[in-house]
Design a protein around this ligand. Structure first.
Ligand SMILES: NC(=O)c1ccc[n+]([C@@H]2O[C@H](COP(=O)([O-])OP(=O)(O)OC[C@H]3O[C@@H](n4cnc5c(N)ncnc54)[C@H](OP(=O)(O)O)[C@@H]3O)[C@@H](O)[C@H]2O)c1
Length: 290
């Protein structure tokens, strides 16, 4: 089975390439090697390759920049995934396309299922939702995997920013009234191969680590894990901040975007591990000896 991964310079794409490259027949493209904004180039380059599975982890992920660069966001997050699906259809390959919890408006107070109505409140969410629809319209068993609050060693995210701040300052804070679930790239890489099989049914799939938290709880657990792992920090506790105090944000963000993984468990018989365990594992592996 030949697999091509797009977005290997990103947090998730780099993790997938790193975790699969030894055991599988893999090719990867980063942004400089293949620009999803050049649709003709994408058609030509990928159209000329042989593969069974195409994983799209590339996206315009800067939520605020998507508000001001709407054409670009639409091209990369909405149009390009449709072109990838067409390319896959032509060679009967399977597309696994990543999407986001930000397709939801955040008004619910129970985990969002794949059947829940998407209603994005940002242009990032809007562009990603159109991308999902373009992929699924190709009707060839393609899979859209929605993930939330992704972290991992290949590109810094919230967790790394919190550790850095806690190393520099005695007082740090984080938003306490916005909820979702941190999800480790290692865990996404571990579960994804179950969906490589061409025979599998297509559609939307939610995947996240188990449980839910606010950014403040996420940051506090990060500091607690660092302490247990012997990582020296100046800050011990994370103060709370209100979402309404985040004045420099341009885009609106859903206040609640926990993804239900009931469908994932029904399909695979497996359950994602708790986010606290995943975070502890990440800190032990990548911070404890620094
Ligand atoms: N990070 C999260 O918390 C989160 C949450 C929910 C869903 N997701 C989804 O998960 C997927 C992976 O995200 P990630 O966390 O790995 O984000 P990331 O680290 O920002 O990676 C995205 C990659 O896409 C590349 N890219 C941007 N524009 C491109 C273009 N025109 N052509 C080719 N490549 C381009 C970026 O390259 P440059 O950096 O060079 O532009 C980057 O390497 C995305 O679909 C995202 O929407 C992420």
């Amino acid at each position: 089975m030949k697999i091509v991964i797009l977005g290997v310079g990103g947090r998730l794409g780099a993790a997938l390439l790193r975790e699969y490259r030894e055991k599988r027949d893999i090719a990867g493209f980063n942004h400089a090697q293949l620009d999803l904004a050049s649709l003709d180039d994408v058609r030509q380059r990928l159209g000329a390759m042989n593969f069974d599975v195409l994983i799209n982890a590339a996206a315009f992920t800067n939520v605020d920049a998507c508000e001001t660069e709407r054409d670009r966001a639409f091209l990369i997050n909405a149009e390009a995934p449709g072109v990838l699906a067409e390319i896959c259809n032509a060679k009967d390959a399977k597309l696994i396309h990543f999407s986001t919890d930000y397709v939801f408006d955040g008004e619910k107070r129970a985990p969002y299922t794949e059947e829940d109505q998407a209603n994005p409140i940002s242009f990032y969410g809007e562009s990603k939702l159109v991308g999902e629809r373009n992929v699924l319209a190709a009707e060839n068993g393609h899979v859209v995997v929605r993930v939330s609050w992704v972290f991992g060693p290949d590109r810094p995210s919230f967790i790394d920013a919190m550790i850095k701040r806690a190393q520099q300052d005695e007082k740090i804070d984080a938003v306490s009234d916005k909820f979702s679930t941190p999800t480790y790239t290692h865990d996404i890489a571990g579960m994804l191969p179950q969906f490589f099989d061409r025979g599998g049914e297509g559609g939307i799939l939610h995947f996240a680590n188990a449980g839910k938290c606010s950014w403040q709880e996420y940051a506090q657990w990060t500091l607690d894990c660092c302490r247990n792992a012997g990582v020296p920090l100046k800050a011990k506790t994370v103060d709370t901040l209100k979402l309404s105090e985040m004045k420099n944000w341009i885009a609106r963000r859903p206040v609640y975007s926990v993804l239900s993984t009931v469908k994932y468990t029904e399909l695979t018989g497996a359950a994602p591990r708790a986010w606290r365990e995943a975070v502890a594992d990440y800190i032990t592996r990548f911070y404890s000896k620094k």
